[in-house]
Ligand binder design. Structure first.
Ligand SMILES: Nc1ncnc2c1ncn2[C@@H]1O[C@H](COP(=O)(O)OP(=O)(O)OP(=O)(O)O)[C@@H](O)[C@H]1O
Ligand SMILES: [Mg+2]
Length: 502
């Protein structure tokens, strides 16, 4: 075979003629300035909002501002590794985090990387941290209770799966305690839990993880921590990243409980970012879109309709107030987005009434539909009885000669308050809650020494359980008190408290 040189050169010429290598100058930019975790990058006209950019030394950044001649980028790593003049590459991806069951039992940062020293987490899939919340068609109203194990909440401000219930109160009033108890109570209830710690001390998070482990709650829980020492961008993305992890489970048809502890610190991190990005400050120096910051997060909590798998995300956002002021900017915003709030009072907390839930200011707008019938049967009048007790209490401070009916209301109210006291990490199942509420409702506690109420109740429960465990099992199984069970309960309680008073 003969090869003609001119044939080869013709071929090569043809190839060169058709050679088109696309170099898109819009995909590489240059750092103009960098500092405080923020970089300004020139030459990325095509960058998208929220897109991830790759800086030298494997530092990633997220596009937050699209200005006319540059983009403002928050750095998700060490900003000392980035300098002016560095080249920046587009990734054409929005930020994603690893998701899936492999994360259960682990402690991760807001990028989904392990920080518990137990080695790399090998997940199979990833999800974008920002997605549009499911629309109206995909949703269904709440119909299943999410039991917190705290009698006062389950009886008066019940939470349904798919609901958003705000926990709000001053510092050190037991906000975190309520959320952690709710997580502990999900054991054997088929609910996956995610605890997102935003701007907390590492030592606090370590203690929480330790407590969860001790109560065997880590098996179904992911803890995400963006601690106070981390840069503001990592605090800012944490709740969205946690929500992406929750969504993975929800779309598999599972129920998820997610706690954001707390959104006040999240708003502060966002304010820091916004001011550094030179956005205009508004009320309390927060940027104008701080409402959208939380509404787009909390809207992602929902109960899906059965044809979409029927999964749910229940969100418990936490907000810290200053001296009980719930009309400040962030508290009012979040109150208006959520389906109710559990308001914790510093005064109650200091007086030893724990959990320090203010029965008047706490509401649940949708959870009542999902409340178990058994709880409804015994807790219907609780809120009104407490309200009239508190009213009488403030009146009775003025006069000493109180009539018998006022005294009875005061006595009953005090007994109820004593019954509703509950220690931390001491969650009650349905039968125990119903039992306590039943005894209180029937005025058996009114004449007891109020310091003994809890002790007597626990004794009564233990004795009743020893002889009539079937009644309690029935309540747990049927989720209601059947007439025959109530008859046994009534008889036994009458006997118990008659003997006690002798
Ligand atoms: N039901 C309870 N019974 C007894 N002690 C409680 C109860 N709830 C909370 N505590 C205690 O009160 C203290 C404050 O609780 P917690 O940390 O939950 O409050 P917080 O409002 O989350 O505080 P912070 O503002 O620091 O986040 C803790 O020491 C906790 O152990
Ligand atoms: Mg706390």
């Amino acid at each position: 075979m003969k090869i003609h040189a001119n044939e080869i050169s013709a071929l090569i010429k043809e190839q060169i003629k058709n050679y088109r290598h696309k170099i898109d100058s819009n995909d590489v930019g240059t750092v103009v300035s960098v500092g405080d975790g923020i970089a300004n990058v020139y030459g990325l006209e095509k960058a998208m909002l929220g897109e991830l950019l790759l800086f030298p030394n494997e530092v990633y950044g997220m596009v937050m501002n699209l200005d006319s001649d540059s983009v403002g980028v928050v750095l998700l790593g060490n900003d000392n590794l980035v300098k002016e003049g560095d080249l920046v590459n587009r990734t054409k991806m929005v930020m994603e985090v690893p998701v899936g069951e492999e994360l259960l039992g682990r402690v991760v940062n807001s990028l989904g990387q392990a920080i518990d020293g137990l080695g790399e987490i090998k997940t199979k899939s990833r999800r974008p941290i920002e997605v549009i919340a499911p629309g109206v068609i995909k949703r269904k109203s709440v119909d299943t209770p999410l039991e917190t194990g705290i009698t006062m909440i389950d009886a008066m401000t019940p939470i349904g799966r798919g609901q958003r219930e705000l926990i709000i109160g001053d510092r050190q009033t037991g906000k975190t305690a309520i959320a952690i108890d709710a997580i502990i109570n999900q054991k054997d209830k088929g609910v996956i839990c995610i605890y997102v710690a935003i701007g907390q001390k590492n030592s606090t998070v370590a203690q929480i993880v330790d407590k969860l482990k001790r109560h065997k709650a880590m098996d179904y829980t992911i803890v995400m921590s963006a601690s106070a020492s981390e840069p503001a961008p990592l605090l800012y993305v944490a709740p969205y990243a946690g929500c992406a992890m929750a969504e993975e489970f929800m779309y598999q048809g599972k129920d998820v409980l997610i706690v954001y502890d707390d959104l006040s610190k999240h708003a502060v991190a966002y304010r820091t970012l916004s001011l550094l990005l030179k956005r205009a400050p508004g009320r309390e120096a927060y940027p104008g879109d701080v409402f959208y910051l939380h509404s787009r997060l909390l809207e992602r909590a929902c109960k899906l309709a059965p044809e979409f798998g029927g999964g749910s995300i229940t969100a418990l956002p936490i907000v810290e107030t200053q001296s009980g002021d719930i009309s400040a900017y962030i508290p009012t915003n979040v109150i208006s987005i959520t389906d109710g709030q559990i308001f914790l009072q510093a005064d109650l907390f200091n007086a030893g009434q724990r959990p320090a839930i203010d029965s008047g200011l706490s509401v649940s707008r949708v959870g009542g539909d999902a409340q178990f019938k058994a709880t409804k049967q015994v807790a219907r009048a609780l809120k009104i009885e407490l309200a009239s007790y508190l009213e009488m209490k403030s009146f009775s401070q003025f006069g000493s000669d109180l009539d018998a009916s006022t005294l009875a209301i005061l006595n009953h109210g005090e007994a109820l308050m004593a019954m509703l006291k509950q220690k931390q990490y001491n969650v009650y199942q349905l039968d125990k809650q119903v039992f306590d509420l039943y005894v209180a409702k029937n005025n058996y506690l009114d004449n007891l020494d109020k310091n003994n109420v809890r002790k007597v109740l626990d004794k009564a429960y233990d004795e009743f359980k020893a002889t009539n465990s079937n009644v309690l099992n029935n309540i747990n199984k049927n989720k209601e008190i059947k007439a025959e069970d109530e008859a046994v309960l009534a008889k036994e309680m009458k006997a118990f408290f008659e003997n006690l008073n002798q």
